[in-house]
Design a protein around this ligand. Structure first.
Ligand code: 13P
Ligand code: SF4
Length: 307
């Protein structure tokens, strides 16, 4: 009880400070429940990019991982972008450097590089266009070319290749540890335990896991899907933070994860107290060098324009 009351007091303090600072709080769907609940907007990478680009607020507090806050700064350079926990990174984003991305392009002259937003600003800056899990097939299709380079996620690349069969997708060998470690056996077991459940899979999972899906969706895609699907039960193959949003999106339905549970340790580094401290001290500023930012913005804005 005391814990809940403390969280309530802290949440009120966060909202008061956000109003005083003219800040909007954006949170990813994998954030802790109490952080999601205090945010102005909770979403997937695409939705959060759109919010960052559209907000009138002069300060953006980004509860997520580093590449997400950096994308907000890329799109809104005049705004102050703060991260409550600047050490929250994404291991997949670290699996390719700008030098490696440039060398990848040099090996395939004339072939456009499509880069997943889970990447650094420097890598985006050498890319032709960005994509998220919500729009990757549309982005690749929109280029109208026979071949694309795709970095850093080999699993998302493999799924895109199945959706856009007319395009050859040459993939970088990166992956998300949280999603890549899920086995087909674990998903099959969960599906056996819940035979009436629809199986929803994030495209960062391995192809043999994606093959077991009834629907392959981004995190917000899953939130929208459960609200309209006739199914009453779902096996959800993505980071467990989404369970909070799913229960809100369809309170009468039942959601099951896989065993062992899927956790992104970086997403859990941000706490309500860190959000409060960040707003109080206006700390955790995200900066991107202007030459890098301008080139990265071209790739991100091209994506936002596509869908
Ligand atoms: P979404 O864009 O689907 O929310 O995914 C982001 C992410 O990091 C998944 O691991
Ligand atoms: Fe990165 Fe995976 Fe965590 Fe998403 S879940 S932020 S891709 S490590």
């Amino acid at each position: 009880m005391t814990g809940q009351r403390d969280a309530g007091v802290l949440a009120e303090e966060v909202r008061r400070l956000a109003a005083e600072r003219g800040a909007v709080i954006l949170a990813h769907n994998y954030q802790r429940a109490e952080v999601q609940d205090v945010a102005d907007f909770v979403g997937d990478s695409l939705g959060l990019s759109r919010q960052a680009a559209a907000t009138d607020a002069s300060v953006i507090v980004f509860a997520g991982v580093h590449f997400m806050a950096e994308t907000a700064k890329i799109l809104s350079p005049s705004k102050t972008v703060l991260m409550p926990e600047p050490a929250a990174g994404c291991p997949m984003a670290d699996m390719i450097t700008a030098e490696q991305a440039a060398a990848f392009k040099a090996q395939h002259p004339g072939v456009p590089l499509v880069t997943y937003v889970n990447s650094s600003a420097e890598v985006k800056a050498v890319s032709d266009v960005c994509c998220t899990s919500a729009n990757a097939p549309e982005v690749v299709r929109s280029l109208g070319v026979p071949r694309v380079l795709f970095a850093p996620d080999r699993n998302l690349a493999a799924w895109v290749a199945t959706q856009v069969s007319e395009v050859e997708v040459i993939a970088w060998d990166g992956y998300c540890p949280t999603h890549d470690h899920v086995s087909a056996e674990a998903v099959a077991e969960a599906a056996r335990e819940h035979p009436d459940a629809e199986v929803l899979v994030h495209p960062e999972c391995r192809p043999e896991v994606v093959a077991l899906a009834d629907a392959v969706l981004s995190t917000s895609g899953m939130l929208r899907h459960v609200a309209v699907s006739p199914a009453e039960e779902f096996v959800v193959v993505t980071e467990e933070g989404l369970m909070h949003g799913l229960a809100k999106a369809a309170p009468e339905k039942r959601f099951f994860g896989v065993c062992p549970p899927m956790l992104c340790p970086n997403m859990k580094l941000t706490t309500l107290m860190k959000v409060r401290d960040c707003l109080q001290a206006m700390s955790g500023r995200i900066e991107v060098a202007e030459d890098v930012r301008a080139r990265a913005a071209a790739a991100v804005e091209r994506m936002v324009a596509i869908g």
